[in-house]
Structures are given as C-alpha cells and as structure tokens.
Design a protein around this ligand. Structure first.
Ligand code: NAD
Ligand code: WQD
Length: 342
C-alpha cells in the first residue's frame, strides 16, 4: 500500500515507518520536525535498506497535504503527528488543540478532497480518565483529566461522527497504554527534550548517569505495593499493532477502536528493578508526593485486538528495558545534542 505517515520521524512513528517499509509498503513521511531530528530518516533508511520519501511540513497545511496525497496516490494514513506532554498541554493549551485537533481536521479535509479514506489514529489510554475498574475495555467510560487527553477524546469523537455521516470512511483509534523500549538496533528510540516527563526515559537517564536519582511519585496508592501501576508495552509490539490495524481497517468501513497494551500492570518499583537488571547499573530512587493528575493504576483488556486483529503484545519487561538501555547507552546525550543531526 502507499501510506502517508504523519509524525513519522518521532518515537513511535519512526519505528512504525521502519516496519511498514520492511513489510513492503511505500511510505511517505510528513513531519515538521518540532520534536524530531532529520537524522532519524537516515537511520530508518539504513535499517530498512530503502528510504521512505520525506517531506518536512505541517499537518495543519491542508493544501500541502492534499498535493502530497495526490502526487503519491496515497491509499491510507497513519496519523502520529501531534504534541504529547500532559503538563505542557495545560500551559500551552491553544497550541495543543491547534496541533492535535485542528491538525487532524486539516488532514481529514485533505483526505476528503482526494481518494484516501483509511486513517489509523494515535490515541491514548489517557481517554479512560480516572477509571476504577481494571482491566480497561474499549467500552469503558471515557473522560479527560487534562487538555492533552481532551484533545485525543475530541479527535476520537470527530472520527466516530465522520464514520457515521459518511460510510466511505474506514477510521480507527489505537489507544496506546505506556509505550517504552526502543528498536533493538539501538538506532531508534524515545528522545525527550529537557527533563523527561515519562518514567522509562527518566530511569534511563539516571542509569546512564545524566540524573542523580528517580523520584517515585506516591507510595500510598491502593495497589499491591502502594506504588502506581501501568501497562508498559514495547514500542516494537505497538508498531506491529499499526500494521495489523491497517490490514484490518483498510476496506472495512466504519469506526474501529482498539486498546494496544499487554494486559499486565507493573509498578514503578518493578520497572526500576527490571531496568537495573537489564543495564547492570544502579537506579537510585526517592519517594516523592503523588504527581497531580496521576491515576493509581491502568492496564488494558487487549482481547479485542487479539480477536479482531490477530495481534497481541509479545515482548516482556526484560526486553523493554534491554532495548531502552541499548538505545540510551548508544545515544547517551541524544537530546542534549539536538542541534546535531542525531
Ligand atoms: P513524538 O513527539 O516522538 O512524535 C510526534 C512527531 O510528530 C514528532 O516527530 C513531531 O516532530 C511531529 N509533529 C508534531 N506536530 C506536528 C505537526 N503539526 N505537523 C507535522 N508533524 C508534527 O511522539 P510519540 O511518542 O512518537 O507519539 C506519537 C503519537 O502517539 C502522538 O500523537 C502521541 O500523542 C501519541 N501517544 C503517545 C504516547 C507515548 O507515551 N509516547 C502514548 C499515547 C499516545
Ligand atoms: C508512569 C508511572 C508515574 C515519572 C503519560 C500520559 C499518557 C501517555 C503516556 C502520551 C506513573 C510514575 C513517572 C517519574 C514516577 N502519553 N513516575 N517518576 O502518566 O501513565 O502516562 O504518558 O500520550 O497520556 O498521561 O506515564 O511514564 O509519566 O508515568 O514515579 O519521574 O511512573 O507516577 O505511575 P503516565 P508516565
């Protein structure tokens, strides 16, 4: 298939682009590089043995998108482009809605003006808000606890309405749980700017000596060890889920929602222990108050993806940590050296 990947130079997009190329698809990457480096495209090309077409541009540029989709006869779109930091989404609220909601509307308009009607969208388990009952099934109640989460929910609602109003569309939301790990080559991975917001890149930077210790947010949650629990999923498994979703959704008009998680919850301390084992490095930690807005626990019921897509996560914590460590130790100062190509 000829596929447009928006945000294809980013963490999850780069690894999915690589897998799409490896599976024989023609890939056009569109990325404005606001959170990625051009060197990523070289790395994808070296790993795949062939190069995705790359266009530096913004999803909010509807005319550009329309032209590209016509020129490349695009049949389907995987839409990663967007902003993802929960804290920033409060501070930079309008930027978040502009990028995430307006960006998606722009993309849909460009698709509507052409012939592509298949879209796979990066959603998030954050759309389940403050849920009590685990595991989370796709039919669980949704609700946003921050503007980032609301932007994902709004886009899901637009897509659901669009699929109802025009049955030509095949639209899919993939609700990612907590993506971690890296490509096993150590060449592609998560490269956060500044102080990492997410657990695994923070642990990685402590292990490599860039930060002194990890703060463990909250030790009085109603979980087995009092520590926050999440469903961490290897980015390789997650990327594979996009290929499975594309295959199913293309030619299946309507609105499709799938959780992409392992179905297993792990606490922050379990993650730290697994990382220490994989890296052979100590990860000093201190307990700190709960982080505002955090839920106690979150893990997926991934059975719909298994039943309908024939997909399930295969890689465990040891592999997630080993691959993260390979990426971190191969690129110890990646985000510091952002001015360089990589
Ligand atoms: P990322 O920041 O590494 O990748 C996003 C890419 O999109 C970047 O390369 C960035 O330069 C690009 N981009 C941003 N705005 C753009 C725009 N307006 N036009 C063109 N390109 C633009 O993030 P990621 O972790 O790879 O996440 C990909 C998607 O998955 C995002 O939509 C994110 O919200 C979603 N998601 C991520 C996680 C996670 O924990 N990483 C969890 C759930 C959902
Ligand atoms: C995981 C666990 C923290 C950092 C967020 C977004 C979600 C999605 C993924 C984009 C929690 C604890 C963390 C630290 C810690 N992002 N923690 N010390 O909060 O589950 O989800 O990222 O779409 O939308 O909300 O992920 O990695 O930030 O936290 O103790 O320095 O690690 O409290 O229990 P989260 P996370």
């Amino acid at each position: 298939m000829r596929i447009l990947v928006t945000g294809g130079a980013g963490y999850i997009g780069s690894i999915t682009t690589l897998q799409l190329l490896e599976a024989g698809h023609q890939v056009l990457v569109l990325d404005n590089l606001c959170n990625a480096k051009p060197g990523v495209l070289e790395r994808i090309a070296a790993l795949a043995g062939r190069r995705p077409t790359f266009e530096q541009g913004d999803v909010r540029d509807t005319a550009l998108l329309h032209r590209l989709m016509q020129e490349h006869a695009i049949e389907a779109v995987v839409h990663f482009a967007g902003l993802k930091a929960v804290g920033d989404s409060v501070r930079l609220l309008l930027d978040y809605f502009d990028n995430n909601v307006q960006g998606t509307l722009s993309l849909l308009r460009a698709m509507q003006a052409g012939s592509a009607r298949t879209l796979v969208f990066s959603s998030s388990a954050t759309v389940y808000g403050q849920a009590d009952a685990m595991p989370l099934h796709e039919d669980a109640a949704t609700g946003a606890t921050n503007p980032y989460g609301r932007s994902k929910l709004i886009v899901e609602q637009i897509l659901a309405d669009l699929a109802t109003s025009d049955p030509a569309w095949s639209l899919c939301a993939l609700r990612y749980f907590n993506p971690v790990g890296a490509h096993p080559s150590g060449q592609l991975g998560d490269d956060p700017q500044g102080i990492p917001n997410n657990l695994m890149p923070y642990i990685a930077q402590v292990a490599v000596g860039r930060r002194h210790f990890l703060q463990v947010f909250g030790k009085d949650y109603p979980t087995a060890d009092g520590i926050g629990v999440r469903d961490y999923i290897h980015v390789q498994d997650l990327a594979r889920g996009h290929l499975a979703a594309l295959k199913h959704v293309h030619g299946s008009p309507g609105w499709h929602v799938f959780n992409l998680g392992t179905g297993c919850g792990h606490s922050v301390l379990e993650m730290v222990a697994a990382y220490e084992a994989a890296s052979g490095k100590p990860v000093p930690r201190e307990f700190a108050p709960r982080r505002p807005g955090d839920v106690a626990m979150s893990w997926a019921d991934p059975s719909r993806a298994q039943r309908v897509l024939g997909w399930r996560a295969e890689l465990g914590l040891a592999q997630m940590c080993a691959d993260s460590w390979r990426w971190q130790s191969a690129n110890p100062r990646a985000s510091v050296d952002r001015a360089t190509s990589l």
